[in-house]
Design a protein around this ligand. Structure first.
Ligand code: SF4
Length: 335
């Protein structure tokens, strides 16, 4: 592997008086004193200059079925090289990946953008997914790797909390092919108290992904007693439906983790969410649960199975031009 240049300059920051620096990457808008690290654990003030701490540092890597991201309408059945750095700008009490997202000192290995592109090509991966922790605060490395990956004919995927300022997101979006954005609730109080963040920038980012023509899917982790009432779920479904009822929405079961000890999501709650969402959305899926619905993709016209996900990996039955094999209705899948 090539030795990555880990001394890359940070983007989206400004020097201030007295050796402080301002970060313009995410809506938290940190002002960091000399030696101070941001709460995302990815950026620090070193001698009056913002330093991206994890450029070329990989905390987790694997080749996953693309369905695991989850992306159900983007190259079904293909594998994707999936990578992460430590850190996140949210601090959700229920974080399911807290051992890497909330631990800036997690052990890493080094890799350059060239290394990742070569590995993705060697693995016959459809592209590179920046996932597991929060890729948007790994900004510089994601941008540089995604550019190279695009030149090599690979696809770039973000699995993200969507909590970034619009200007840096606009810089990144031309290199991004698909995204799954985690919409945690439609409740500003939930975002403030449970995630230490704000809801409006996330909604704005979802619209920005959509308007830029990025393939978009949305995930909602349902936590009993926190975001699981019919009213809360309906508000979230309405937001997605108003944007585009063809956007796939994934409801996922929560399990107690990190600082949250609410009980695991009952299967009945996911089925209730599914029933409610399918009244307004064309594509609704259930994750982390065994259920008869919400797994395979079924043609709305004739009921034929389009993508079978009996196991983790999808098996596409779409025609070569993306139509239902039975009734020939054109389907909104990228492949
Ligand atoms: S990216 Fe990190 S350092 Fe920058 S504003 Fe957000 S939390 Fe602060």
């Amino acid at each position: 592997m090539a030795t990555p240049r880990t001394d890359q300059p940070a983007a989206w920051w400004r020097p201030l008086a007295n050796g402080q620096v301002a970060c313009d990457l995410c809506p938290i808008g940190c002002r960091l004193r000399e030696g101070q690290t941001g709460p995302c654990a990815t950026r620090a003030n070193r001698h009056g200059v913002m330093e991206p701490l994890h450029y070329g540092r990989i905390v987790s890597a694997g080749v996953d079925p693309i369905e695991k991201k989850p992306l159900y309408h983007f190259y079904p059945g293909r594998s994707i090289l999936s990578v992460a750095a430590p850190g996140c700008n949210l601090h959700c009490l229920f974080c399911q990946n807290w051992t890497i997202s909330q631990n800036g000192d997690a052990r890493t290995t080094e890799a350059s953008p060239e290394d990742l592109v070569r590995k993705a090509l060697d693995e016959d991966s459809v592209g590179i997914a920046f996932t597991y922790s929060e890729p948007l605060v790994w900004f510089e490395f994601v941008r540089d790797t995604a550019r190279l990956a695009r030149q090599a004919g690979l696809k770039n995927v973000l699995v993200t909390n969507g909590f970034l300022n619009p200007e840096p997101l606009a810089e990144l979006l031309p290199w991004i092919d698909a995204a799954n954005v985690d919409l945690k609730a439609m409740d500003p109080v939930f975002y403030r108290k449970v995630c230490k963040a704000q809801l409006p920038p996330v909604l704005a980012a979802i619209r920005q992904f959509y308007d830029a023509g990025v393939h978009l899917e949305v995930t909602n982790l349902i936590i009993p007693g926190h975001n699981d009432t019919d009213a809360q779920l309906s508000e979230l479904v309405d937001f997605v439906a108003e944007l585009d009822p063809r956007i796939p929405l994934h409801f996922s079961a929560y399990r107690p983790a990190w600082k949250m000890d609410a009980p695991a999501t009952p299967r009945e709650t996911l089925l209730r969410a599914y029933e409610l969402a399918t009244r307004k959305l064309n594509w609704v899926y259930l994750g982390n649960v065994s259920a008869e619905v919400g797994r395979s993709s079924v043609c709305g016209g004739c009921g034929e199975v389009l993508v079978d996900r009996g196991r983790n990996r999808g098996i596409s039955r779409l025609t070569a031009s993306g139509q239902c094999p039975k009734c020939a209705t054109q389907q909104p899948f990228k492949f």
